[in-house]
Design a protein around this ligand. Structure first.
Ligand code: SF4
Ligand code: SF4
Length: 194
């Protein structure tokens, strides 16, 4: 079997990703064979210039310029790429690690602002809710069916004998304590102040 060793310089970025605490222990980044299956199934790639295969390639090439790419922010973490990758790689996880590197450098914080209402929803209700700013887009994409669902959600849940999905009481307090102690709440505030 022919084995191609990675250049020494190309190891640095791969190792940083592999050893990040957000990375799965079996993340198959070194096994990526650039088959493109992730890109062919990625909804963000379908609607923008974002390309998960290309992101992985840049990491393998130790190309730190990837951190300057505005396309990096188009992934919305649906994990389709990870589910389809034949070598258990995850462009989704890689993207999360790269974005955190950018945010920790205090750059591009404004990109998180429109998502911050997800965070406030966790604080208020213990569950994530879609930001209001995305609502018009959903109605445009899915039409009346989506609008009807949103307007009648409470009644539909009652008909299905389902409880309110918002957390309450002790459960809600536990989530809020975790968000406070982990620094999540404080960080959310810094995004709001951008
Ligand atoms: S990450 Fe997986 S699916 Fe994407 S190009 Fe590499 S091997 Fe293929
Ligand atoms: S998680 Fe991101 S990269 Fe993966 S398929 Fe979804 S949008 Fe694309």
């Amino acid at each position: 079997m022919i084995k191609k060793e990675m250049e020494k310089s190309s190891k640095e970025m791969v190792e940083e990703i592999k050893t990040d605490f957000r990375a799965s222990a079996d993340l198959g980044i070194k096994r990526c064979m650039q088959c493109g299956l992730c890109t062919s199934n990625c909804p963000a790639a379908r609607h923008s210039d974002y390309d998960p295969r290309e992101i992985v390639k840049k990491v393998l090439d130790n190309n730190w310029e990837i951190l300057d790419s505005p396309d990096l922010w188009n992934c919305f973490y649906c994990y389709t790429c990870q589910c389809n990758c034949p070598v258990n790689n995850s462009p989704c996880q890689i993207n999360q690690i790269l974005r955190q590197k950018i945010l920790l450098k205090n750059e591009n914080k404004h990109r998180m602002c429109e998502f911050s209402s997800y965070g406030y929803s966790y604080l208020d209700f213990g569950v994530g809710a879609m930001p209001k700013s995305f609502f018009d887009g959903m109605v445009k994409d899915y039409g009346k069916k989506y609008l009807d669902l949103k307007v009648n959600l409470e009644d539909i849940r009652q008909d299905l004998d389902l409880d309110d999905y918002n957390l309450k009481g002790k459960s809600l307090k536990e989530v809020q304590d975790i968000l406070q102690e982990s620094g999540f709440k404080k960080r959310l505030k810094t995004f709001k102040e951008q």
